[in-house]
Design a binder for this molecule. Structure first.
Ligand code: SAM
Length: 271
């Protein structure tokens, strides 16, 4: 297989990656046969996945618009993925042209492609780091060089924490960011999760496939996702099924919003 110039040498083209599988589902071009095979297997098992992913992306856009309208001008997009249509800096700038964004991801393709795309943009920085280490992320030259941590920052963890099991203390990771940010900062978060008895068709087989191929998925329900906002004041309407967080159109709602397998919310850090 020919290695394209956006694929760093260190990556194994035969092993699927979360970021590239997601890129394929979103219609992107930065993925390989191994990623497409896994992506198609997952869709075969759980056909509702495709619309679920699009609805998650729509939540990301609504949340960023809300944050910009609330006066936030600094965004830290953790687990940002491979750039695609409607990236955070594009959405934020439509509302507030002076918005600054730091994209953080562990995946070499996501980082290489982000850097390539954003090389001439001095309001955006790209950091390759593990989001489970808040001190390193917030202390990095990329963050320190662009964001003023004395001013509010919106931390985005969108479709991210289902890749962080409870044994790795996701609440502690969130606290690691929260405790270094000033009042007026925000957390916007979404993650996959089905309440018992409400699992969509193929849910368990999808989780088994991911556990065997890339990484286990930690499913969390309403109560657990709400607990992630400890220390934040939830903005209306609180933690909801992802499509039900401030939907703006029938497309945002999708076919079965009340049983959607994932939850989202936005919280504000008060003084
Ligand atoms: N946030 C984007 C969105 O919602 O469209 C992309 C979500 S994608 C499903 C999850 C991303 O999180 C992937 O790009 C993956 O590489 C990244 N990721 C997972 N665990 C990570 C970690 N520990 N540190 C940094 N990035 C991580």
């Amino acid at each position: 297989m020919v290695r394209p110039d956006w694929a760093p040498n260190e990556i194994d083209l035969e092993r699927p990656s979360i970021a590239r599988v997601y890129d394929y589902w979103l219609g992107g071009a930065h993925n390989f046969a191994a990623d497409r095979t896994l992506a198609n297997q997952a869709l075969g098992i759980m056909p509702s996945l495709k619309s679920a992913i699009l609805m998650n992306r729509a939540f990301l856009r609504r949340a960023v618009r809300h944050l910009a309208a609330a006066g936030v001008r600094q965004f830290l997009d953790l687990g940002s993925g491979i750039p695609t249509v409607g990236n955070v800096h594009e959405v934020a700038r439509q509302a507030a042209p002076d918005s600054k964004v730091v994209y953080v991801d562990l995946d070499p393709v996501a980082v290489a492609h982000s850097r390539l795309m954003l090389a001439n943009d001095n309001q955006v920085a790209v950091l390759q780091a593990d989001i489970r280490d808040p001190e390193t992320v917030l202390g990095s030259s990329e963050v320190r060089g662009l964001l003023d941590l004395g001013e509010p920052v919106a931390v985005l963890m969108v479709a991210l924490l289902h890749f962080v099991p409870d044994s790795q203390n996701p609440a502690g990771i969130i606290a690691g960011y929260r405790d270094r940010l000033v009042a007026g900062s925000h957390l916007a978060l979404s993650q996959l999760g089905a309440e018992p008895g409400e699992e969509p068709e193929g849910w368990q087989r999808y989780r088994d496939l991911y556990a065997a191929s890339v990484t286990p998925l930690s499913s969390r329900g309403h109560t657990e996702v709400t607990a992630f906002f400890d220390g934040f004041d939830l903005v209306d309407p609180g933690v909801t099924r992802i499509p039900l967080w401030r939907p703006e159109s029938p497309e945002d709602l999708g076919p079965d919003a009340a049983r959607f397998p994932g939850f989202a919310g936005v919280g504000r850090l008060s003084a």
